[in-house]
Design a protein around this ligand. Structure first.
Ligand code: FES
Length: 162
């Protein structure tokens, strides 16, 4: 992907309000960054020094916590999150082909987001639906027994084409 990704507008005023609402709590950092992510879809890197200052921490400490948790993101993510399973049960039933097709169809690599922020493609170790392998999830909706035809239909439908 190119680097010319649209950067969503960040309302630093709102971020400061969120920080203010948490700063007197006992363990504010995690819930604070979670709320920022909930509202903005990610944790804007420029909010990190502001959070650090308000909580009397070093920016590296805040950054360390944000980087530690896989479910916290410092880059914008797509409006649609596509997760393809690469676990063993899915792998032996064609999961590799499913992933390849999804990559082709979305024109994305693993953990990439499209420039228009429409899609993020992620892979996971197991979706917890091995009986439905190979499986994938789009925006929390599970799709099982995937095959090339289903991948095509599904992603076409997501794009609003018929
Ligand atoms: S290995 Fe794919 S859902 Fe478990």
């Amino acid at each position: 992907m190119s680097e010319a990704k649209e950067t969503p507008e960040i309302n630093m005023g709102r971020i400061k309000e969120i920080i203010e609402s948490y700063r007197h709590q006992r363990w504010p950092l995690i819930p604070l960054v979670q709320q920022i992510q909930e509202e903005f879809g990610f944790i804007p890197p420029r909010s990190i020094p502001v959070i650090a200052e308000a909580l009397n921490l070093f920016p590296s400490e805040v950054q360390g916590v944000v980087s530690f948790y896989e479910q916290l993101y410092t880059e914008p993510r797509g409006r649609n999150i596509v997760r393809v399973c690469r676990g063993t049960a899915c792998h032996v039933r064609g999961g590799k082909t499913v992933l390849k097709l999804v990559k082709q169809q979305l024109n994305l690599g693993e953990n990439q987001t499209s420039d228009d922020l429409e899609y993020t493609l992620e892979t996971v170790a197991c979706l917890g639906v091995c009986a439905l392998s190979p499986g994938m999830v789009i925006n929390n909706q599970v799709y099982g027994h995937m095959n090339p035809k289903k991948v095509k239909q599904l992603l076409r439908r997501e794009e609003g084409e018929e």
